[in-house]
Write a protein that binds this ligand. Structure first.
Ligand code: SAH
Length: 499
């Protein structure tokens, strides 16, 4: 996964890759099947070396990561960008960047194949499904969730996005130089620190990429040096941008290797003039030789240092480091579903575990008696408390700590909860947490997850310990990638029929 992940970034962070602007010239050469990738000329193909073999294969199905599964010489191989039913020539090599075999040429194409609109799709790897039609992507994710959830019932039809691009409200572009010493900005090629120069990633909010373009252009006139990872020289490492898609507020974070910002005032004036829509600018200092984007030190250069956004009728303040869902339009659908599944009547005691900046807690608080949010990350807890004040919420409390331990303590003190809402990181929950649910016996558990594999594992535990799965709703929060979100409603099987 992304080398650029924040510690508390539970969601599939963009794996430093891209999608770029539609490039009409990109189509396949005449005579080649559409979607056939001229891979033989790519550095990837060369990596295969003389030992690599070309094989003709047919794809039987997709893996959960969206790769095509093929059989070759009694072995199962995974081929990125190959679709079920397609026949293709692949290069079989252990060194392939995308797994066991690399796609060379599609000989027979699936109806689900479309031309990936991004010109960097082959190099990047941040998106895995751009070669699939929107409808096929939805079906793939539905099938993934259906298969994993089979023991628990049939999931609802997935909630997809009408316009499945431009959605990421958070973007981070690495800054460097190319061989000709020109300043470049872009995402890293998968599993490398090699910047793919790009002016546009198609899943980013377009405004963010526009601002990065301006900054790259300004660097020359302001003699601002890009950072060089090899020599440790230079200044600017990354540009991180967060866009409040409902508020219109924009945060720009210049991540630099040093706090000494030459020509700072003029730079700020020029940037604000070019983009009056920027509401706050920060300088983050990252001196470490690390793949983490942000360092600990932060300085506000203008504005409040945070942006706000509105979700579920509430306003949330978001700082540079705290986790906030990266696709707010789909988050709105997800949260609406989760709150609906909680069946709140205004009286319930609710636990919101893994509560982040308090989004689910505060939305739920409007319909509950009281809410306790528990979250490990201290900054996020601070944001949650601030957000609760900001929205005039009086019935929510936030606790910093491990969700499992918190629940164990609640159970040992004999406290009670009517509803548990949970939204753990990709690794899912743990036995301490799940066994405490079995002891606390809430009437309902609503489990939000960005990884249906660990969710299915945890649902298995809960269904063995007194709960029945009543509904499962998949939501496509991360179009063009294989990731899928799902929310499950569990009810306590106390007395038959009583929920
Ligand atoms: N519900 C929030 C945040 C979900 S992200 C939202 O929708 O925005 C998952 C959160 O779990 C992150 O904020 C992360 O910091 C937190 N977390 C990770 N491990 C944890 C643990 N063991 N106990 C409590 N919180 C944890």
């Amino acid at each position: 996964m992304s080398k650029q992940k924040n510690r508390n970034d539970k969601k599939p962070a963009q794996s430093n890759h891209q999608s770029g602007k539609p490039n009409k010239k990109q189509g396949p050469a005449k005579g080649k099947p559409k979607g056939g990738n001229p891979k033989n000329s790519s550095p990837n193909a060369r990596q295969g070396g003389p030992k690599a073999t070309t094989a003709k294969v047919t794809c039987s199905r997709l893996t959960n990561e969206g790769k095509g599964l093929v059989e070759w010489e009694g072995k199962q191989l995974e081929v990125a960008h190959l679709l079920p039913g397609e026949t293709a020539e692949v290069r079989v090599s252990k060194k392939g960047r995308f797994g066991d075999a690399e796609l060379k040429r599609v000989l027979h194409q699936s109806e689900d194949r479309v031309e990936p609109p991004c010109p960097y799709y082959e190099q990047c790897g941040g998106c895995q499904l751009q070669h699939m039609s929107n409808q096929a992507q939805g079906q793939f994710k539905q099938n993934t969730v259906d298969a994993l959830m089979k023991p628990f019932g049939k999931p609802e039809p997935i909630l997809t996005m009408d316009h499945p691009y431009d959605y990421r409200n958070k973007s981070q572009m690495a800054i460097g130089r190319n061989k000709d010493r020109q300043v470049i900005g872009g995402l890293y090629a998968q599993n490398t620190h090699q910047i793919i120069p790009m002016d546009r990633c198609l899943i980013h909010d377009p405004k963010a990429d526009e601002i990065v373009q301006t900054i790259k252009g300004m660097m020359k006139s302001f003699k601002m040096q890009p950072y060089n990872e090899d020599t440790g020289q230079g200044f600017l490492r990354h540009v991180l941008i967060k866009v409040g898609q409902t508020s219109g507020e924009i945060m720009v974070v210049l991540v630099a290797a040093s706090p000494i910002f030459k020509g700072k005032n003029n730079f700020i004036t020029a940037l604000r003039k070019a983009h009056p829509e920027i509401t706050t600018l920060l300088l983050n200092i990252n001196k470490r030789n690390t793949s983490a984007v942000l360092g600990d030190q932060e300085k506000v250069l203008f504005g409040k240092g945070t942006i706000t956004d509105t979700l579920g009728g509430m306003t949330f303040e978001i700082s540079a480091k705290s986790f906030y869902q990266i696709n707010p339009a789909q988050t709105e659908k997800l949260y609406t579903k989760a709150i609906e599944m909680a069946n709140l009547t205004g009286k319930e005691t609710v636990v919101d575990a893994y509560s982040g900046i308090g989004t689910i807690s505060l939305i739920a608080s409007q319909k509950a008696g009281s809410v306790m949010g528990v979250e490990l990350n201290q900054d996020a807890v601070r944001d949650a408390i601030r957000n609760s004040k900001r929205n005039g919420v009086k019935n929510a409390r936030f606790y910093q700590g491990d969700a499992g331990e918190f629940m164990v303590q609640m159970a040992s003190r004999g406290e009670k909860a009517d509803v548990v809402l949970m939204d753990p990181p990709r690794s899912g929950s743990d036995e301490a947490f799940l066994s405490s649910i079995a002891k606390l016996k809430p009437k309902r558990v609503v489990y939000v997850s960005c990884n249906p594999e660990t969710q299915a594992r945890d649902l298995k535990y809960l269904t063995k310990h007194g709960y029945a799965v009543e509904a499962i709703q998949p939501v496509d929060m991360f179009p063009q990638t294989y990731h899928v979100e799902a929310v499950a409603k569990l009810v306590r099987k106390e007395k038959a029929g009583k929920r």
